[in-house]
Design a protein around this ligand. Sequence first.
Ligand code: ASP
Length: 555
Amino acid sequence: MAKESKQESGGHEHLTLFIVGAIVLAVVVAIVGPAAFGERFRPLVSAFDVGGEVFLRMLQMVVVPLVMASVMSGILGLGDVRKLGRPGAYAVSYYLSTTVLAVVTGLIVVNIVNPGRGISKELVEDARKEGEETVSHAVGRNDPRKIEWHNVTGDRTQEASVSKNISVPDGGASTIRIVIDQVGNAETAARAQVEWSADGNRFQPAVDGEFVAGTEAGVYRAAAAIPLPEEASYARVAFTPHPATDNTRSIVEAYLVPGPPSIGEIFQNLVLMLFTGNLLGSMVEINLLPLIVFSIVFGGMLTTMGERSKTISDLVVSTNDALMSFILLLMKLAPLGIFCLVAARFSKAQMDGQFLTLLKTQAWYMTTVLTGLGCHALITLPILLWVFTRRNPIEFFNQMSQAILTAFSTASSTATLPVTMECAEKRAGISRRSTEFVLPLGATINMDGTALYEAAAAIFIAQAYAIVEPTFVLTLDKQVVIAVTATLAAIGAAGIPEAGLVTMLIVLNAVGLPLELIGLILPIDWLLDRFRTAVNAFGDSVGSAIVDRSFETVN
Ligand code: ASP
């Protein structure tokens, strides 16, 4: 027995070393490869991409059945769903308090380092342009909150101006975003004029509401965000395409971005996220929260049915065991899969000329986020672990290392979940009762790294914005709003790559920062995402170790 566990831990250490080696090798390959082989390196990058994607998909493949089987078998193990009450309350308290601690850490570090201060006006303006595209995708075409999209093509026959009325929802001040795409040479610039009205009859021009595209030849895109006053109930966009010569076109898109949702609305959305009208749809989208809720209720039902549900209960427990063995097999492929994932992503960045340059231009912002994440993962969480469980944090870190490295490589807590469960149970010796329930829930709602990053990044953006817009002052109450919305945004973020970037828009919107300034943090986000996901996964595992103690009192 002793020999067996020694062998097992030796195997674990080897595997961890292989994974670390794979990551280091992948980064070296990504830096040296493009420099040595130039464009000839691209086919190899595509091959790494496929290899990494296969590994990622294999992890994702087990997530949905694993979460459902493990939560149900966890409830079956407890024998009564009511026994979940106390550990459940502990788990939720842990998730919330560590998320708040992470946000506070982020705020302290960003206020000390002040990464936005030294940034140049040009960089802020460039970032605005870059961010526009992302915002259009995130809150424009694909956003269910989009109220209107108005798309007009101007050509020779259409010289008159066209306009469209939009009704503005109640709440904070909304913004009209306008994008003019121009193809060819224009004699007169295309222009869009935003007007607003409180009653729908008398319209007046919005302040700075005229947006004029250029007349240069070529293909280009110009965009503007025009704020509406709070009393606006209707808005109108009038668009005058330029009198065109042959083969020239102007296309305008205008849509309304509603003002910031209230804290109440954000809460409402979080509550709704727990439920689904379509269980299969949630499975397809790997949307775990409603699946966990369903599994708790279904598992609870099974415990009340006695012998009648024995077949299905046995099936659930065996499925769970089989899936855990499947994960063991997957871990054998981890060094190769992780090498491919990291080599492909870092090589792409290097070949686009981003990687080393970005490290220089975004150095202070990166230092801020990494220092904050480091404090949380290496100070706050270890202290909590020791205080509540008396476990040795270094040993625990080592036991969870494969999960942390997988999180770094996949940038997805959800895809890492199978590995986190495996390490927590088999290596760290946390009881199944805790891992089966605390980890799936943690992977979806407990995101300490994401919360810390959202707070730090929002303040960084605010500092940079104050450089181009001196009237914007980052007051203490704005910092409090950022802290609250960052906490909620992290809870709502999905455990997938760069999900935090999308929920970041909620935080920016809440304090009236221009959404397109997200361009400031965009280029480096893929890299920081990996670090925050690693912290997310580690935070979940510390949580399952701490909550494990509360199961000890449950019989
Ligand atoms: N990628 C992160 C995760 O999966 C979420 C985020 O912060 O973007 O945990």
